[in-house]
Design a protein around this ligand. Sequence first.
Ligand SMILES: Cc1cc2nc3c(=O)[nH]c(=O)nc-3n(C[C@H](O)[C@H](O)[C@H](O)COP(=O)(O)OP(=O)(O)OC[C@H]3O[C@@H](n4cnc5c(N)ncnc54)[C@H](O)[C@@H]3O)c2cc1C
Length: 410
Amino acid sequence: MAHELFDIAVVGAGPAGAVAAYAAARRGFSVALIDRHTFPRDKACGDGIGPGAVRLAQQLGLSELFSGYAPIDTVTIFGPRGTRTENAIPTIGGEPATGYVIPRLEFDNRLFRAAIAAGADDLSGTRFLEMTPCAGHRRVVLRDRSGDRRVVDARLVVGADGAYSLVRRALTGRQEPYRSRHAGLAIRAYARSPTPWASAATASLMLEFSRDLLPWYGWVFPVGEHQVNIGVGGSLGTLRERGADLPKLLDAHADAMRARGVICGELRQRRAHHLPHVAGMPRLVYPRAALIGDAASMINPVSGEGIAYAVTAAAQLVRALPARLEDDSAVADALALFEREFRARHRRQIASSRVIITLMKSRVLSAVLVRAMQRDPTVLSVLFDFGPFTASMALRALSPWGSPAAAATR
Ligand SMILES: Cc1cc2nc3c(=O)[nH]c(=O)nc-3n(C[C@H](O)[C@H](O)[C@H](O)COP(=O)(O)OP(=O)(O)OC[C@H]3O[C@@H](n4cnc5c(N)ncnc54)[C@H](O)[C@@H]3O)c2cc1C
């Protein structure tokens, strides 16, 4: 029986999948954008859209994603000794960089709509179940909300179905979606803040690395008028080894932020999720299939940033594709090129993330790294995008000299 044939079936319509679908539809490919949810849908996240993701979205003609939200260009770090420093978000390619904080409920919905407006077919509310390789395409089996099966064929399947990816399991044959020693866990909530952030020119991404929290981290990201996203996260290994209770860590972090006057009131909409770190990145390409975003473990282990990697990989993958996808070897060559380029571009970051994960497992060494970020703003680049942790940064981090950079004046 003949099934609907698409050039590309994108499984998962988070930032990775929606950007892949958007870019592919703009290139003229027929695209099925599949998600088990309908949009808008929530996703546990700090809602921080980092400078690399912002820059790429602007390059792709998606500047409207940010309309109505104020750009943020500083990072505030509360360090292990109670010090507070505030620095500009590191530049990208020498140019000033900004981020945004946009609830994922809104941001992902905007991205999803942009992909559909660009021409992708809306297969939201449809769950990916399994797929089989066939000559010249893959057959993808889905189940819709009423429980009915739907089968589509695609010349290329893009697995962008997040941390618990079924596509990754189908491609790698491994039961666990990612390696737990290379993963983190984080929980977020929303809270009221006494500060009217939307109108404050003072909004900053606040990161907490206090003695009480290390080797885990906390954040408070201003979402808009009197609202913040607050959360804590850390490596799965250390949480398990030390029997840490993430909701309790979040409560303690919230108490500390209340004492500082950053938040007020109760926490709402708590939600936790795993973060597969980039150190555990699997093979990215397979015959007529590729993995991107959390499904490919593309998360920065220090800050938990994943959206920048997700959207960059999506754009790089689509750019690498040939104009037509019928020819097996042309597709295979393009996919191999995508994987080579992605790894080459991020080689140093991926390698240094292994070092950073080791540092972040130790309370003492993570404190050293945080102090280095406070006293040397160039080390801050490890928090964003693909900033590698270099040998000279390590030396500076271990240096006993230097004092924290000028503390924030506000
Ligand atoms: C608490 C927390 C805070 C974070 N904070 C930040 C931050 O501030 N900034 C940042 O950059 N990153 C942050 N991250 C990481 C970020 O959330 C992820 O890296 C990002 O969501 C990855 O995007 P994605 O498109 O790969 O996956 P997702 O956003 O997870 O999207 C995957 C999509 O696949 C769909 N799906 C799953 N299974 C199926 C299936 N079987 N069939 C069909 N569809 C399916 C899901 O419904 C979902 O829509 C945080 C993560 C956590 C947990």
